[in-house]
Design a protein around this ligand. Sequence first.
Ligand code: 8YV
Length: 309
Amino acid sequence: MTCILQIGPLTERCNQRLAAEHEVLRLWDADPETLLQQHAERIEIMVTSGRFGCTAALIERLPRLRAIVSFGVGYDAIDVTAARARGIPVSNTPDVLNDCVADLAFGMLIDCARQISRADRFVRSGQWPAGGLPLATRVSGKRLGIVGMGRIGETVAKRSSGFDMQVRYHNRRPVEGSPYGYEASLVELARWSDFLVLTCPGGESTRHLINAEVLDALGKGGMLINVSRGSVVDENALIDALVKGHLGGAALDVYATEPNVPQVLFDLSNVVLLPHIGSATEETRLAMEELLFANLHAFLERAEVLTAV
Ligand code: 8YV
């Protein structure tokens, strides 16, 4: 039996299936140092997730490591450079979550503009009899800016056609054949946009891409929707813009240091706060699990992962 190191818990179904098929060492369930001292030499495969990631130091501790199989599309928390240096393939779970992440991004956009969560809190707390809510912001016909026109960005753009929105995007380079307008300057895209949706990958290359200047360009009439990674946004600059009323609103599914959400955001009525649930539906999590197992089996059978990062 291949010895697998599992970094953190996935769904219960996934944990059980892994343990039934393989010898699994559960790093989160043990004293990591003791576990590694006893078993590091035997570990051949690592199973992790976008959330648990994997450091270069851990890769270095595992002399027989042959593959890293990850749950989730984002791999910014995995030291892919260290894995590559040892010829260790890393797989993720792309595509199967595009629809659910895009659905949520659109839901967040509408929530932020139309104050759905706020209105729900308003009714539940018995405030309705005393008066109404302030008027909200229209969604249909507005300008949608997308940062990162990858597979998820494209799926968000497709959703917008039902709302008669204009779409423009910013990316490292224009996407060939894309029907949407490319904007080389992120600041200009923010200035143009009513809603700026972040669907780019996390990691060093996009760290604090959304800074004070971009937020200022998005301005009072603009709203920021983030379903990518918290690291893409300078969170202090975002808080500053929101507190000073320089930004119309924000809907966030991801944060700089999850699961810590800055307390100051709790009191802002124009902010929608979600606990990183972009892919969290029964259907999509099952599809992600199946792709994780397909990668694992492909590697065990023919030393090749299916969806390498
Ligand atoms: C997952 C995600 O919740 O796929 C991603 O990159 O952020 C989410 O789908 C996460 O990766 C699981 O840990």
